[in-house]
Write a protein that binds this ligand. Structure first.
Ligand code: SF4
Ligand code: SF4
Length: 162
């Protein structure tokens, strides 16, 4: 599958399903959409996703961010976007696909209260959709490399956990 086709399919799989059966953002105030204490906030775009944001709504911008991998594109936002425009990273959060399933994304510890209860606390349909999206993404070398880089970054985060 081509890069864009794969990301669109993964986004479609996660269009209607959410981490909890109810709105998880009610309890945390939509923490994953809020800027951090430095006024920064955003999500990495997957390969092929940047052209989908050619006409950025007001309050959104895209910049390079090398924290996870060189040349990656970070979409920053004002904390609200239409559901159909959510980047794939936002749709997957706080999970991350693996080659064989899905695991909690360590980057989410900073903001997401769902991390405490882990994968078993999530909506099973959401977990399944992330796994299916992972199968689509890992079949595409660009997405596989991108996910591998995020997993490697998350392994580094282990060093900072108590
Ligand atoms: S931070 Fe976690 S609980 Fe809160 S809205 Fe985001 S995914 Fe849901
Ligand atoms: S792009 Fe949308 S879903 Fe993602 S963090 Fe920003 S407002 Fe939230």
């Amino acid at each position: 599958m081509e890069v864009l086709e794969a990301v669109l399919e993964a986004r479609r799989l996660l269009e209607c399903v959410t981490p909890l059966k109810t709105d998880c953002g009610r309890a945390c105030g939509g923490a994953c959409c809020q800027p951090d204490e430095d006024g920064q906030g955003g999500m990495l775009l997957f390969p092929g996703e940047e052209p989908l944001y050619a006409d950025l709504p007001e309050g959104f911008s895209i910049r390079e961010d090398d924290a996870v991998l060189p040349g990656a594109k970070l979409l920053t936002c004002d904390g609200f976007c239409a559901r159909e425009n959510r980047p794939l990273s936002c749709r997957l959060f706080p999970l991350l696909p693996t080659k064989t399933g899905a695991k909690m994304d360590r980057r989410a510890w900073a903001v997401c209260p769902l991390m405490e209860s882990g994968k078993r606390g999530l909506n099973p349909a959401f977990v399944e959709a992330v796994k299916e999206a992972g199968q689509v993404l890992y079949a595409c070398p660009e997405h596989a490399a991108f996910l591998d880089a995020i997993h490697a970054y998350n392994e580094q985060l282990k060093k900072f956990e108590l």
